[in-house]
Design a protein around this ligand. Structure first.
Ligand code: SAM
Length: 151
């Protein structure tokens, strides 16, 4: 836990005030959305390891549907909520402070699971195992796999 706290403190310090806390860009996110099958009306969407919410706000903008935004950093979630408020979108953001490795959501209830630059924290395989049960029939998961160098 101490290690985890040190990691998150370093991450927050490094990324304070930045739009993104990891790799990615909006054009590429647009491209990915253009490639996935059509989602149901009012899709149930989750952005896991959302950080300050660049992906969450992108998804809210795209789908005008509520997004569950999960992170264990209160500070990042507060940044997300502030950004959502500035855009008048806070009613579409459900910020959830918890461990993304133990989400106790009802199985098969997510139509689009999005996770940028965060899965490596559980190991990619661990993330797939933890999140697979959440996927609705025909649900889509968009998960980036970081190459994360620690030394
Ligand atoms: C590299 S950042 C990416 C943030 C955001 N998706 C982006 O692309 O800007 C990884 C995020 O995962 C979060 N995180 C790491 N381990 C976590 C865990 N076990 N549960 C919840 N969030 C976690 C961190 O707090 C951080 O915000």
């Amino acid at each position: 836990m101490e290690e985890q706290e040190k990691y998150i403190r370093a991450l927050i310090e490094l990324h304070r005030g930045l739009e993104r806390q990891g790799p990615g860009d909006t054009d590429y996110s647009d491209y990915i959305i253009s490639q996935i099958p059509e989602l149901p009306t009012n899709p149930r969407i989750a952005d896991i390891g959302c950080g300050a919410g660049v992906g969450t706000l992108f998804l809210v903008d795209k789908f005008r549907s509520k997004v569950r935004a999960v992170d264990f950093s209160r500070e990042f979630l507060d940044e997300l909520i502030n950004r959502a408020k500035q855009r008048g979108l806070e009613h579409l953001v459900e910020a959830i402070e918890c461990d993304m490795g133990s989400l106790d959501w009802k199985p098969e209830t997510i139509d689009l699971l999005w996770s940028e630059g965060a899965a490596y924290n559980l190991t990619f395989e661990g993330a797939l195992k933890a999140w697979r049960p959440l996927m609705a029939a025909n649900g889509i998961a968009v998960i980036s796999e970081d190459i994360h160098q620690t030394d």
